[in-house]
Design a protein around this ligand. Structure first.
Ligand SMILES: Cc1ncc(COP(=O)(O)O)c(C=O)c1O
Length: 391
């Protein structure tokens, strides 16, 4: 089957967080939104059909998970990631971010240091701080146009007592798909200093480069023992509004504690549309995903060459994974407010402003490339025009 990702659909007036807030967030209803990570593509046909059939039932009652649902998840991870997940390792959660919060509550105490690798997805800071823990920053190092981990600084944080690490794999923003050697190095340090890992692998299916995502828990049995992995079909298949995600924990004691906390907070269970849509995604939508990845690769190439040719002061960081492009705009010499003004008021576009992801992101922008190319092209043209008028 062929898929038409160039087609533009009207999303204004659909209660879209991305499209229906241009005026309230950016001061102008015409600002083009290429920010929050959902896609401007329709879902795979199997998901749409499943949701339609379910909506037709007209009674939206409490919903159960089935063997078919668990099989769909375990077969997907076996097929795509060579990871033999056992159904009893899985717990459903309404989102990956809620799962990160639960895991932090279970694996640390108030006041503890929790390591993150900045710049990183902004809710990482919130789930640590709002749970009364402290952020221990292990900034990534930008070397030859790609981010790398700073193991020396990481080890010093561990030596100083940090016992929990929040890993983003693939990494958002910056799009690193961590190599096995990098993850193994990280894993050795975690074992040496008895650090546990919450691995957010929500972007694991969105690999653009010619490489494989390595689930952290597959490195070894002993690494799996200290790892909580947070997963979902939501980024892969554009269904974050269906609130369907799951956490994988093979360590029975850690799983028991996690499940107890899910019950304490009453955040368990599945949504009405979640399991059937997940089955349709994992069992029937693989060809759509391959087509999507090709399209996003095309957008990545398009955006990078446009920026290099037409906006040479900007430096795009090539993403190995995710549909997000991280662009170094520091040569423009603008502070955060001026960069926002340039985007929202002059260019009438909204990319994510980089300091949101930590101070190392200051002067960077994150562009969501999961949109029809004509829209991407229009947004880049408008940005270019605004820069030229400013210079
Ligand atoms: C790394 C990462 N984790 C989690 C999420 C969101 O997860 P959820 O919507 O399931 O809470 C995102 C969304 O962009 C993300 O980039």
């Amino acid at each position: 089957m062929t898929y038409q990702f160039d087609e533009q659909f009207e999303r204004k007036g659909t209660l879209s967080l991305k499209w229906d807030q241009a005026e309230s967030l950016f001061g102008d209803p015409d600002v083009l939104p290429l920010w929050v990570a959902d896609m401007d593509f329709r879902c795979p046909p199997a998901i749409i059909e499943t949701v339609k059939q379910r909506a037709e039932l007209g009674m939206y009652g409490y919903t159960i998970r089935t063997h078919e649902y668990l099989d769909a998840i375990t077969s997907w991870f076996s097929r795509r990631h060579h990871w033999q997940i056992q159904p009893e390792w899985l717990t459903d959660t309404p989102g990956v971010v809620p799962a990160l919060g639960v895991a932090i509550q279970v694996l640390s105490e108030p006041g503890d240091q929790v390591i993150l690798q900045s710049p990183v997805y902004n809710p990482f800071y919130d789930v640590i701080r709002k749970n009364g823990r402290q952020v221990a920053q292990n900034p990534l190092v930008l070397r030859n146009g790609r981010y790398e981990m700073d193991y020396e600084q990481l080890e010093s944080l561990m030596r100083d007592g940090a016992k929990l690490l929040l890993l983003c794999s693939p990494h958002n923003p910056g799009g690193r798909v961590w190599d096995r050697e990098e993850l193994e190095h990280l894993g050795r340090l975690c074992e040496q200093y008895d650090v546990r890992v919450i691995s957010d692998e929500i972007h694991c299916d969105l690999i653009l480069a010619d490489k494989k995502h390595i689930p952290f828990a597959t490195l070894s049995e002993t690494i799996a023992e200290r790892t909580v992995t947070c997963l979902a079909p939501s980024k892969t298949f554009n269904m974050p509004g269906l609130n369907s995600s799951f956490t994988c924990i093979s360590n029975p004691e850690m799983k028991r504690l996690f499940d107890e906390q899910v019950q304490t907070l009453a955040v368990g269970g599945v949504s009405f549309f979640g399991p059937p849509a997940t089955i349709a995604a994992y069992n029937e939508s693989e060809d759509w995903l391959e087509a999507l990845l090709n399209y996003v690769r095309g957008n990545m190439e398009y955006a990078i060459s446009f920026i290099k040719d037409q906006m040479p002061m900007l430096n795009p960081i090539v993403s190995e994974g995710t549909y997000l492009l991280w662009v170094d705009c520091r040569k423009l010499g603008l502070n955060t407010d001026a960069l926002k003004q340039l985007m929202y008021q002059e260019a009438k576009i909204a990319f994510n402003e980089g300091s949101l992801y930590g101070e190392q992101g200051t002067g960077f922008l994150r562009i969501n490339l999961a949109c029809p190319r004509p829209l991407l092209s229009k947004a880049l043209d408008q940005f270019k025009g605004a820069i030229e008028r400013m210079l």
